[in-house]
Write a protein that binds this ligand. Sequence first.
Ligand code: DGI
Ligand code: FE
Ligand code: FE
Length: 205
Amino acid sequence: MMEVLCSYDEEELKKKLKRKLDDKRYAHSIGVAYTAVSLVMRHGNIDKLEDGGAKLISQAYTAGLLHDCAKCLEDGERDKLCKNYKLDISDFEREYPYLIHAKLGAALSQKKYGVDDDEILSAIRYHTTGHSDMTLLEGIIFSADFIEPTRKPLMIMPIARQALFEDLNHGIYVILEQTLKHLKNKEQPVEEHTLEAYEWYKRYK
Ligand code: DGI
Ligand code: FE
Ligand code: FE
């Protein structure tokens, strides 16, 4: 028997997702799923868990796979779905609508992909900005999104990758610091959750 990676119908999720994403984004999603699983193996204390980490591994895989499921929508389709699902879109998100794919991705994961696990949905919801004091799963999805192997090799990448497998919280700090630097260079404002995350993870500098 095959080891079950995901408590949902994995082939069905992947088939659906592949139709909604371009090839690069699909490859990125697979990369995030497996990177997130590796981070669970490193940081999940799975030898102490009754199920040997099976639940966390399945959550990480599912959240990684689906985190960007709303990324490749056209603007009109995106706005229509936000309306249908009555999502609260902040003024900031209206100004920088590419941020919406995180919130909408969580809604689509629930309504279209049948994910009923709030821990998975929250990890998808916060994968772009992070927030203060993230759960292990949230922190791992936030991190895996940044370091998965098909990501463009930024200068900071080897440092972030090494850090995240040594000390997850410090690694998250490294990513947030890089994100703030990047936003400053582009003269873009920092979203409130990103700032809140940075303020929190500063203690792991
Ligand atoms: O969807 P991905 O490309 O895989 O990655 P993502 O969901 O982390 O999105 C990355 C983008 O989000 C990147 O261009 C930086 C942007 N971002 C993250 N935090 C903030 C932000 N943009 C603004 N304006 N403010 C933020 O606080
Ligand atoms: Fe994303
Ligand atoms: Fe992503």
